[in-house]
Design a protein around this ligand. Sequence first.
Ligand code: 5GP
Ligand code: MN
Length: 354
Amino acid sequence: MAVRLLSRQETTLTEPTVVTSPYSGDITAALPFRAESDAWLNEVKHAGSVLIGTHLNPDGDALGSALAVSFYLDGLGIRNEVICHHPAPKNLRFLPGVSRIRQIPVEEKHDLGIILDLDSSERLGDAAPYFQGCQRIIVVDHHIPHEKPGDVRIIDTGSAATAVILTRLLRAIGAPFTPEISTCLLTGIVTDTGSFRYRNTNPESLAAASFLLEHGGDINLVSEEIFQSKPLASQRLLGHVLETMQLEANGQIAWSAVSLADFEWAQAKDEDTEGFVNELLFIETVRIATLLREPKPGKVRASLRSRADIDVAAVARLFGGGGHRNAAGCTFDGTLEEVEQILIRELKLCLASS
Ligand code: 5GP
Ligand code: MN
């Protein structure tokens, strides 16, 4: 059952502190991010123990950001734990500190919650209740806000990754960048920019990556583990997804579905479908792509991707999901056939209106 994460906003009716600092165009001028760094330090310096969390179905930005913050707090001598609804998927098990990720925290209560890469508290899944005991909550994120959990919100929707905002923030406060922290943050940036190929790649993401390389971030490890170590089952399933793909709207919409039976046939899991939806979008005529998966009976997950100014996050939001304009997702209760019909209809409308 989803538990809503209360913020002080809801208990005291005061607005949370929202600090957003779009990139100024010069990473070396870094440090006009005073509002962010003051707000962050103000919370962290009072904390005896910190609970770090991120979204379910975690990706490289979610876990890389969470582990980087954990190493940073270690450096300050502040007790901390990292929790996530799901364990790390196989392609992220190379992350430094990955064994820190638990589904249930050891300590019962923490002073401060730090939640990363999260736009709605529902996306904490079963980790949500553990944050209710925290006196204060900081959220650092780059999604279009869905709801606004947290007391302090450091949000920049123009950032390619939460890891970019953290790189900026930790630089601003003069935190040391160890090789572990740098590799974790680099993983977030490489994942969320699709190795600097997606449209969100901008000067700051490249500059932040360069800075992290200079500080021991291992880009070869990150690239090999994320993009060049696919399980055989995953590549087999990709073949099936491409083979059975369907095109709509004169080839402008591509979609494919992975049923429970397909997962069984390929001996694959939902995490093995990471990146498949992009393969559909890469077809030259395609402007919207979606991959539907049935990871368990009665549940369907949809990944949506689009080109340029087509806003698929708006479609995801219609179904209770969210994300970014060109990369979004949502989850349905129902069968694949039911979801196909309603989702493809909405995607056609979205295409027609753009
Ligand atoms: P993916 O398709 O890779 O799972 O997700 C693409 C983007 O959409 C990510 O930024 C992810 O956080 C977001 N997203 C995916 N599923 C959901 C969902 O069910 N709810 C919300 N709010 N965001 C989602
Ligand atoms: Mn992210």
